[in-house]
Design a protein around this ligand. Structure first.
Ligand code: 13P
Ligand code: SF4
Length: 300
């Protein structure tokens, strides 16, 4: 039996569904029932009928699925697959910020811990941040955590200022405007798309700033035959599979999120076999965190 067959057999025995983020290894994406960005997967987690969700992604994503599905078993193949940006702010640091800005609304990027979500009025993902933030009056004071880049990107689009936490993604921080310039010189005319977690000068050097789901949608209708991709390399697997007539060139070959790569087929099989590691969230945190996520899902 191949490992893919073992996974399929265990999946049906456990009545499980496999969700995988667009940055996961190609072979993991290939055995998943659904592949998507953070927003698509959070939404999918609310729609599946399975008893068990195996979340191939980083911890905050599996935690979001667990918060939205208190009656399901949520498994993560490697529980050490964290997101360093999510860990850049603690619940206590956010409470301190709120004390300094009484009356401000607190908004968190979905790349945050359940404890931070529980302290927030609403949550956003890179796929819906602009739409969600438009629901606030321009004069409203907003605390935005943890990603300074996504926060800065949306604030600039809406012509407002947020109180930003200085968090960032260490993987996207490795992409520079010079790398985009070099890639453009090598592939003249090819459009460049980058993720909003990139720094401002990098975003300014690109043609499109999109969530990973936004990138997958855009390329389907793009007339360009060669597209330069400024985000984590895992997405190229899906882009190539879905668009065999197009060429996708990573702007930088070292844009690899080590945590997304921790999930392997072996760990996925073992998680289904052992029904572990399970992701659970204490009810006193899950309740308020769920409100922040559900408010977001209602808007976008
Ligand atoms: P997306 O929601 O665009 O998939 O982004 C998630 C993420 O962690 C990007 O680094
Ligand atoms: Fe976190 Fe960055 Fe990895 Fe996304 S790519 S999971 S933001 S470290």
């Amino acid at each position: 039996m191949t490992i893919q067959e073992e996974i399929a057999e265990l999946k049906s025995r456990r009545n499980a569904v496999i969700l995988a983020h667009n940055y996961e290894r190609g072979e993991v994406q290939d055995v998943a029932d659904y592949t998507g960005d953070s927003l698509e997967l959070a939404r999918k987690a609310t729609q599946v009928e399975a008893d068990t969700i195996v979340f191939c992604g980083v911890y905050f994503m599996a935690e979001t699925a667990a918060i939205l599905n208190p009656d399901k078993t949520v498994l993560i193949p490697d529980a050490t697959a964290g997101c360093p940006m999510a860990d850049m702010i603690t619940g206590e640091q956010l409470r301190e910020m709120k004390r300094k800005h009484p009356g401000a609304k607190a908004v968190c990027y979905v790349n945050s811990t359940a404890e931070v979500k529980a302290e927030c009025d609403i949550c956003v993902t890179s796929g819906n941040a602009e739409k969600v933030m438009r629901t606030f009056a321009p004069e409203e004071e907003i605390i935005f955590v943890p990603d300074q880049h996504l926060g800065g990107f949306v604030a600039a689009k809406l012509g407002v200022k947020y109180v930003l936490w200085p968090g960032y993604c260490p993987t996207h921080a490795r992409l520079t405007a010079k790398m985009i310039e070099d890639a453009r010189a090598k592939y003249p005319g090819a459009p460049v798309m980058v993720h909003p977690e990139c720094a401002k000068d990098v975003r300014d050097a690109a043609d499109q700033v999109l969530s990973t789901g936004g990138m997958c949608k855009l390329v389907r209708t793009s007339e360009a035959k060669t597209i330069l991709v400024g985000t984590e390399l895992g997405i190229c697997h899906r882009l190539r599979k879905e668009n065999p007539d197009k060429t996708f060139i990573p702007v930088a070959e070292h844009l690899v999120c080590p945590n997304m790569k921790k999930t392997t087929l072996e760990k996925l099989r073992d998680a289904l076999r052992d029904m572990a590691p399970q992701v659970t969230v204490a009810p006193e945190i899950a309740g308020p965190a769920r409100r922040a996520i559900e408010r977001m899902l209602e808007i976008a």
